[in-house]
Design a protein around this ligand. Structure first.
Ligand code: NAD
Ligand code: SER
Length: 317
């Protein structure tokens, strides 16, 4: 077991609940924190504290009392929820990040992980094989806050020597915790509805292509980034990472290989416009070259694993 003391902020969410468990296999002290209680697995496997990242006093107290040496700051308001409440999204995503950056510098935290997203790109970005460095004019409050966040991370690395590391996650798919209010959540719900009702009504249109990733790849990649020697991490804003891209129609065809009578129909809503402003596929050559990023799951491999696990005790209840 490694000895660093790790703090996870936003540990009850889709990524946090799986990242906490992965880190607890490696590190002796992993403190999970969130506004709300995590799932049973996280609750029973180590310490949990209620923490509002916007409360500076509590944040500093938690870091000091637990002698924290690494922070994973996951708390955020995602794209679809953010469009419904832009003030809240800006406050949590921006003020929350700045408080964490300052706390890490003031309290001598050695390393910080903060995730960015494909939502930092916008309608003027090249949509196919979107490069690491390109036009970035996001038009959701979520994307605007994450793009500004990337600049703050780079600034704290350059000016305050903070070892901050980040990836731009694509849409993440998993079965342990529900999606957190994102535009890509359809790609999770489709598996649950396929298993339960053999039918799904999709809130994106059938040919909307988006970059996606299965959660085990995302968790492994995140830990590999954080464990890499500092000199290999050349990008301190955020790295493009990529695994698979598909449309709802292609995902439905993948499900039909395992559930032949599965049916899908389409009723696009406000999330369609958000999806259309994001890349269809991502060029992650820089992450591959700098720290060896490599995805493992393809669409059919992910579909099989999702369908095998939904309905077991490991899945969302
Ligand atoms: P999620 O919504 O499932 O989890 C976020 C957690 O943050 C929730 O449990 C929520 O209770 C908590 N939270 C909200 N406000 C808080 C506050 N003030 N103080 C403390 N906790 C608070 O989100 P997720 O999918 O797990 O995403 C985690 C991070 O990864 C976010 O920064 C998100 O932008 C980023 N990301 C996620 C995806 C994805 O597809 N899931 C893709 C790209 C980037
Ligand atoms: N999955 C996220 C969302 O849809 C992308 O960051 O909001």
């Amino acid at each position: 077991m490694k000895n660093d003391n790790i703090l996870i902020i936003g540990a009850s969410g889709q990524i946090g609940s799986e990242l906490t468990m992965a880190l607890r296999k490696m590190y002796s002290q992993v403190i999970a924190t969130d506004l709300r209680e995590p799932n049973q697995e996280v609750m029973e496997s180590g310490p949990f504290e209620r923490l509002d990242v916007l409360n500076k006093t509590s944040l500093h107290y938690c870091i000091k009392r637990n002698n924290i040496t690494q922070v994973y700051h996951l708390a955020a308001i995602l794209s679809a929820t953010g469009e419904k409440n832009p003030e809240l999204a800006w406050r949590v995503n921006m003020k929350g990040l700045r408080q964490v950056l300052d706390a890490c510098v003031e309290l001598d935290v050695k390393k910080l992980f903060w995730p960015s997203t494909i939502a930092v790109f916008g309608p003027t970005t090249p949509r196919q094989n979107t490069p690491q460095w390109t036009v970035m004019e996001p038009n959701t409050i979520y994307g605007i806050s994450k793009q500004a966040g990337e600049r703050w991370c780079d600034y704290y690395f350059q000016k305050k020597n903070l070892d901050v590391r980040s990836v731009r996650y694509p849409g993440l798919i998993s079965y342990k915790t529900p999606g957190g209010g994102g535009t890509t959540d359809y790609a999770i719900d489709i598996y649950f509805e396929a298993k339960k009702n053999k039918h799904f009504t999709c809130f994106l249109s059938k040919n909307t292509r988006l970059p996606m990733m299965y959660m085990p790849d995302a968790i492994r990649g995140t830990i590999e980034l954080m464990e890499a020697p500092a000199e290999k991490i050349k990008v301190r804003s955020s790295y493009n990472i990529s695994a698979i891209d598909f449309t709802p129609k292609e995902q439905a065809a993948s499900i039909q290989k395992y559930i032949p009578d599965f049916k899908i129909d389409y009723a696009p809503d406000f999330r369609q416009k958000i999806a259309e402003s994001w890349p269809e596929s991502i060029d992650d050559a820089v992450a591959k070259n700098d720290w060896g990023w490599k995805p493992e799951f393809d669409l059919d491999g992910m579909t099989k694993d999702m369908l095998d696990n939904i309905g077991t005790t490991a899945a969302i209840v």
